[in-house]
Ligand binder design. Sequence first.
Ligand SMILES: Nc1ncnc2c1ncn2[C@@H]1O[C@H](COP(=O)(O)OP(=O)(O)OP(=O)(O)O)[C@@H](O)[C@H]1O
Ligand SMILES: [Mg+2]
Length: 170
Amino acid sequence: MSTPAVEFDLADSSCTEMLGAALARALPSVGNGAVVYLQGELGAGKTTCVRSLLRTLGVMGLVRSPTYTLVETYVLPHLTCVHVDLYRLQSLTEVDELGLRDSVGPGCLLLVEWPERGGGHLPAADLDLTLLYAGDRRRARLQANTLTGAEWLKNLGRDTSLSAYVSNLT
Ligand SMILES: Nc1ncnc2c1ncn2[C@@H]1O[C@H](COP(=O)(O)OP(=O)(O)OP(=O)(O)O)[C@@H](O)[C@H]1O
Ligand SMILES: [Mg+2]
């Protein structure tokens, strides 16, 4: 399944952080888990969004970009969050070795930057988040692919604070 995409502008990095926080609050059922693909060119704001999402979920301390480690894992009481960045992936066998299929399902939130480098070896996404350059701002596009993703976007749409930090919502 696929629902219409939701798009809006993010004027600066604090807006991208607000989006991450709102996504954390809107996560449908924390226990059921979900998979998110974050796409966009280098420096588009993917890690900025994930960092804020994780902090809002309760991750304390430093949230490092998994640029070199490829994977960073955060264990919360009811949710294990796995943040992946495949930009520096050397081969597709390396994706299989990361064991990401074990990071899907109840109690798991999998967030993948540069999923296009995973060449179909990744678990399917419930939600696609694309960050596009728009001058010195960014435009966000959210697309749900599953019922979980659709519920997530529905919850996000109910977030009345959303209109305070995004513009040109379509
Ligand atoms: N909406 C925005 N408008 C302008 N700058 C932004 C916005 N959101 C994030 N940034 C800035 O973009 C820069 C890069 O952000 P970030 O590291 O999150 O990108 P990334 O997509 O994860 O990059 P990479 O592909 O290298 O992992 C940061 O300096 C961040 O503050
Ligand atoms: Mg990044």
